[in-house]
Design a protein around this ligand. Structure first.
Ligand code: URP
Ligand code: ZN
Ligand code: ZN
Length: 477
């Protein structure tokens, strides 16, 4: 006997598509069969696709910043937003600030995340790689199930120089972690920023001028080269352009364990979106900066080739109005002082489905791989998350592939007062989301109880094991 049977749908996995029923027992997938006859509850899915719930491995939720502000989406509102868009689990960021350790934040952040509804793991940001942090504290956080260390090669209070980055790579190698990297050249951006501001070019659109493609390409190359030196697997976050993706492709061709992530903003938004009157351009400011329409086609090509194999949202909860979000330094702030990042946890699946599958750029199976299975595998969450197979959590999105929707902020169901995708027309939309067998969204109505989120501790896993090959065979401790 099953608790739930999902009948009549077309089940899509990263490996194929089949017309079959799904039987769910105790929150997990128990049966995949032509018919699942015996169930206490039946959900009819005729005409719908049944997809693994989205796995968003790059979300900034309720994350404190060094200046004392906190990303405005709480774990409750971000969970609702995720469910509204068919996403059922995520990996978020525990911050570290210079001069502090990492342990003090861990318990607090875990408690915050537990108040939400989204099943979650954590990346640990390392902004101050002291011996104390790397030798004593990182192993303790890893023992709690954190398996990825996040580093920024730019941003004023967070950035690491090459020496700091090398130390983190080594610590990750010792502890069996992946390193995820924000790749842009800090000094080059500072130099251009100063030159722009000195010339009186201060509006949001100059954000893109301060960080052109070459600063991303250079940092991506350097991040990969140093990871190769240490024999440490890395994932390059939010790749915005072909130039940076080519560095990843070259590394992959050499057999290095280097993966590339991109985001919906890099196939939909452009630098000209930041060129709107007044402060409006701030709504589109994220780093790396959106490029141009021609670049979208190149990013799709890198997705199709498999160079970029994960699409995350990089969800950042900064409202446009109020004084805690984009305008925290005033509505006449120079571009340098406007917080980076845009909300997108709900929009991610509809945009990639629409721009990708509906427009014929990728297959259904590629869509599932990019948005659920690949991120789950790379973060050590599979097969429990991101897959439809017996034993996996019954995290599912019931998807209407023909439904045409115009994105509005209300549909995003987040606590942010805008979406950068307002007015974008998409084809394909989730009609229901199940998390561990519970219907947490149906017809746009989110119905999950706060406090039902589960923490996803991550055990050691083979995908991120170092290759055992260093340039001269010598890897210092
Ligand atoms: O602009 C962005 N992406 N902000 C979020 C922080 C980061 O760089 O991932
Ligand atoms: Zn970043
Ligand atoms: Zn981010």
């Amino acid at each position: 006997m099953h608790d739930i049977a999902i009948r009549g749908g077309t089940v899509v996995t990263a490996f194929g598509t089949a017309r079959c029923d799904i039987g769910i027992r105790d929150g997990r997938i128990a049966t995949l069969a032509e018919t699942v006859p015996d169930a206490a509850q039946v959900i009819q899915a005729d005409g719908l696709l049944v997809l693994p719930g989205g796995v968003d491995t790059h979300c900034h939720i309720e994350q404190p910043e060094a200046n004392g502000t906190v990303h405005e989406d709480s774990f409750v509102t971000a969970s609702a937003s995720a469910f509204a868009g068919g996403t059922t689990s995520g990996v978020c960021f525990i911050p570290q600030f210079k001069g502090s350790g990492i342990l003090d934040r861990f318990a607090d952040y875990r408690a915050r995340a537990a108040r939400g509804m989204l099943d979650h793991g954590f990346h640990q940001i390392i902004a101050d790689p002291t011996d104390e942090v790397l030798e004593r504290e990182v192993p303790l956080v890893v023992a709690e199930g954190v398996r990825s260390l996040k580093v920024f090669l730019t941003y004023e209070p967070l950035h690491l120089d090459d020496a700091g980055y090398l130390k983190v790579l080594l610590a990750a190698r010792r502890n069996g972690c992946l390193v995820t990297v924000h790749c842009e050249n800090y000094d080059a951006i500072n130099w251009r920023t100063k030159a722009l501001l000195d010339a009186g070019l201060t509006a949001p659109k100059y954000h893109a001028w301060a960080r052109p493609r070459v600063v991303e390409r250079e940092a991506t190359h350097r991040a990969i080269a140093l990871a190769e030196l240490v024999d440490q697997p890395i994932q390059v976050f939010h790749v915005s352009c072909e130039d940076a993706a080519e560095e990843i492709a070259r590394a992959q061709a050499r057999g290095l364990k280097v993966w590339g992530e991109t985001c919906p903003q890099y196939v939909t938004l452009t630098a000209s979106d930041m060129d709107r009157p007044g402060f409006e351009g701030a709504k589109f400011m994220c780093s790396p900066a959106p490029r141009d329409a021609a670049e979208h086609a190149r990013v799709w090509e890198m997705i199709r080739r498999g160079t970029l194999d994960v699409v995350s949202s990089d969800h950042c909860g900064f409202s446009y109005g109020g004084d805690r979000g984009k305008a925290q330094n005033g509505r006449d702030a120079v571009f340098r002082d406007i917080p980076n990042g845009i909300p997108g946890i709900a929009a991610r699946l509809p945009i990639i489905f629409s721009e990708g599958v509906s427009k014929g750029r990728i297959t259904l199976e590629q869509f599932v791989a990019l948005t659920a299975t690949n991120p789950a595998k790379l973060m050590g969450l599979a097969p429990r998350k991101g897959m439809i197979q017996p034993g996996a959590d019954a995290d599912l999105a019931l998807w209407d592939p023909a439904r045409r929707v115009t994105i509005t902020n209300a549909l995003m169901q987040h606590a942010i007062d805008y979406t950068p995708y307002e007015g974008l027309e998409v084809t394909g939309w989730p009609v229901a989301t199940l998390r561990r067998g519970e219907v947490v969204m149906r017809d746009g109505k989110v119905q999950a109880e706060p406090g039902t989120a589960r923490y996803l501790p991550r055990a050691p896993y083979g995908m991120i094991r170092p290759r055992g090959i260093a340039p001269d065979g010598f890897i210092p401790r």
